[in-house]
Design a protein around this ligand. Structure first.
Ligand code: TYM
Length: 334
């Protein structure tokens, strides 16, 4: 069968994002910025993980809208459908089929050790559903079904990727080479962007404190205000240190977006006060996000176009996924 990609020799990159909200600056810096960057060098598949979103309660209408909004936002962030396959997870049912098979090769003990499961079940104590528990297995299926070589993610997803490799290895040992073993692709800097309000916890789109996270669609004045309010420390000196999580987080954001080494950013702000520094970070973030916002506002109006992109993406993705699923079923006697 002819390859879906123009150069089948290139390695495969795959990643996904949940449509539980508009992406944060953390999603952008930790993952999506890299998704755009690697498109020329790898065969890339990117998707909206709407099935993963069901592990927390959503308003159905809102989920539907956000899913398509996220497609527009990925396009606005530079995902190019001439180069990459962009699709919605639920449109490729092979993911859930493989997920069931892989669940039978995943141990209860392994899933109980997942830190994200522990965190999320503590946060949603009234809804610790089986989907939340099995979440990493669906993620393993997402990755393995495309024989992915690399998975561009933030640091918080590393443990899930390790589990994916363990499951793949176990399956390969039992039935012979079936799955490629994927590697994480985590940025050296910015793999874990912290909350502006509580810099010892991760920036998250589900944070109840709106000052904790920057939404990629926040207007410039809101962005600048949130940075002005960012929690720092009382030392008034600007340098990177584990003892200074607030300032270090702001330095990291600045260094990634300005494309400067950490030492260069420290040098630039060495004699400046916190107020001036926070304003500079806020302005840089607002400036970086402005073209994305403009493009999003244009693209998000054309729902028909967005739906067409998703349909085409799902068809292409499905044709790859079917091959893997067929070989898995043959191996296990289904
Ligand atoms: P999600 O939607 O939580 O996050 C999408 C991507 O953004 C990264 N990220 C961050 N990076 C740096 N700093 C932060 N504060 C920050 N917050 C989030 C995440 O690491 C992620 O890369 N489980 C995935 C979705 C998924 C997936 C997959 C990813 C489903 N199947 C298969 C890769 C491969 C998630 O929770 O995304």
């Amino acid at each position: 069968m002819e390859s879906i990609f123009s150069d089948p020799k290139k390695q495969t990159m795959l990643s996904g994002v949940q449509p539980t909200g508009i992406f944060t600056l953390g999603n952008y810096i930790g993952a999506i910025k890299n998704w755009r960057k690697v498109q020329n060098d790898y065969n890339c598949l990117y998707f909206i993980a709407n099935l993963h979103s069901l592990t927390v309660r959503n308003d159905p209408q809102k989920l539907k809208k956000l899913t398509l909004d996220c497609v527009a936002l990925l396009l606005a962030c530079g995902i190019d459908i001439e180069k990459s396959i962009l699709f919605i997870q639920s449109h490729v049912p092979e993911h859930t089929e493989l997920s069931w098979v892989l669940q039978c090769y995943t141990q209860f003990g392994e899933l109980t050790r997942m830190t994200q499961f522990k965190d999320k079940s503590a946060k949603n104590a009234d809804n610790v559903n089986a989907g939340l528990f099995g979440y990493p297995v669906l993620m393993a299926a997402d990755i393995l079904i495309y024989q992915s070589d690399f998975v561009p993610i933030g640091a918080d997803q590393k443990q899930h990727l390790e589990l994916t490799r363990d499951i793949a290895n176990r399956f390969n040992n039992l039935y012979g080479e079936t799955f490629n073993l994927p590697n994480p692709y985590i940025p050296q800097s910015g793999g874990r962007v912290m909350s502006l309000a509580n810099p010892t916890s991760k920036m998250s789109k589900s944070d109840k404190n709106l000052n904790g996270f920057i939404s990629v669609l926040d207007p410039p004045d809101v962005i600048i205000n949130k940075f002005k309010k960012a929690v720092t420390d009382s030392e008034s000196k600007i340098y990177y240190s584990d003892e200074k999580p607030g300032i270090s987080n702001l330095l990291t954001i600045y260094s990634v977006l300005a494309n400067l080494e950490m030492s260069e950013v420290e040098e630039k702000f060495r004699d400046k006060g916190y107020g001036e520094f926070k304003l500079a970070v806020g302005e840089l973030v607002a400036e970086t996000l402005k073209p994305i916002q403009d493009k999003y506002n244009q693209l998000s109006k054309d729902k028909k176009y967005l739906q067409e992109i998703c349909d085409q993406g799902a068809k292409k993705a499905s044709s790859i996924a079917q091959k893997t699923l067929k070989s898995v079923y043959e191996k296990i006697g289904i």
